[in-house]
Design a protein around this ligand. Structure first.
Ligand code: ADP
Ligand code: MG
Length: 346
């Protein structure tokens, strides 16, 4: 049996292109890379001080501590431990905010994004070093525990209605942290920064020469190739989800980490990756996961009934679909890699 450990190589799907057109050394302010939320982060300030940078890093670490379900005593661990008890668990305001965003994404995506995926994710061993294909009967047994409708959130706290339910905020926490940290920086007077929170990237302001921040979107099939370059306006966030980001192999089959809450298996909807751009960082993160699970047709339908996000989808049959509202900000490079560009309209 061949089993590969999870590809936790931190293969960022978005290459930071601070270097494209480029702040030269000495042209950027304080910058720090650090490990949090199980991945690498880099925060770069254009204006602002070392103290501002420290405050930003502390914000991410504080949110990591609150939102980790594996840290004993963390608010999320307590909510999970109390599942089925009937007793509301009080949580810090931030945890309530993340859950509000997660539940909104779940509702809007018809459950393609579901923060109660934890029991299924655990059967696959997604959070450990030895992921494995679960027995189908075990999967079927825990699937009924997945259901965002059974999460109660009120002023008094949170409650999971069934014993065995658990929250996994891995698909939204990094986005929430990106948005919250940008707010902290803004309140301290920082106007220009780029926050790469584990591949979810938030832009504040523009570069020193006034040109917009830019990120390159990775070719999901070639770690050295790119689908194109995306510029980000002030306050915009971009996030990509794809099956190529974290996966393992068992008996010659590849299994990735984005699960379809309807089946309990890794989502296979004809997409290689889903990239979302919006001004709500938590929504951006959650929707990149959601669109990957929804597939082309349903992703398009969700976009058509919304007005608060844009997307870039890479399909298994070699197309790159870009919503028309990104026409001015996305430069397509994919033809060199055999992709064709399609603009999708409302
Ligand atoms: P990453 O965290 O690698 O950037 P995503 O943002 O797409 O990738 O989130 C994937 C993570 O979200 C998984 O590792 C798992 O913790 C969780 N997850 C997997 N499938 C779903 C889903 N359908 N809905 C909500 N969360 C999910
Ligand atoms: Mg996500």
């Amino acid at each position: 049996m061949k089993k590969q450990l999870f590809c936790v190589l931190c293969v960022f799907s978005l290459l930071l292109c601070a270097a494209c057109g480029a702040p030269t050394v000495g042209d950027v302010g304080p910058s720090q890379s650090f490990f949090a939320m199980d991945t690498m982060m880099t925060i770069t300030l254009m204006d602002g001080t070392e103290d501002d940078l420290t405050a930003a890093v502390q914000e991410v670490n504080a949110l990591d501590a609150m939102l980790s379900r594996f840290q004993d005593g963390s608010p999320l661990a307590e909510v999970n431990a109390a599942a089925g008890s009937g007793v509301l668990v009080p949580v810090p305001q931030e945890v309530g905010e993340v859950l509000t965003e997660a539940l909104s994404a779940a509702r809007r995506s018809g459950g393609a994004f579901d923060p109660t995926i934890a029991p299924v994710a655990d059967l696959w061993g997604l959070s450990g070093d030895t992921p494995t294909v679960p027995k189908d009967s075990d999967l079927q047994a825990v699937l009924p525990l997945v259901g965002y409708e059974n999460v109660l959130l009120s002023d008094g706290g949170m409650l999971l209605s069934e014993q065995g339910m658990a929250l996994d905020l891995g698909g939204v926490a990094k986005g929430y942290a990106a948005g919250k940290t940008a707010e902290v920086l803004k309140s301290r007077g920082v106007s220009s920064a780029l926050l790469n929170i584990g591949g979810t990237v938030t832009a504040m302001g523009a570069k020193r020469d006034g040109s917009p921040w830019a990120v390159a979107v990775r070719d999901p099939l070639d770690e050295d190739g790119y689908l194109g370059l995306l510029t980000l306006g002030d306050g915009q966030t971009v996030s990509t989800s794809g099956g190529y980001e974290r996966y393992f192999e068992e008996n010659g089959t590849r299994y990735h980490h984005i699960l379809d809450p309807k089946t309990g298996y890794p989502a296979e909807k004809g997409l290689l990756s889903a990239t979302v751009v919006s001004e709500n960082a938590a929504l951006t993160d959650a929707f990149s996961t959601a669109l990957f699970v929804l597939g082309e047709e349903n992703a398009l339908a969700l976009w058509r009934e919304s007005d608060d996000f844009s997307f870039i989808l890479a399909t298994e049959d070699g197309r790159v679909l870009v919503t028309e509202d990104l026409a001015d900000s996305f430069t397509f490079w994919g033809e060199q890699h055999g992709y064709t560009l399609e603009t999708v309209r409302r």
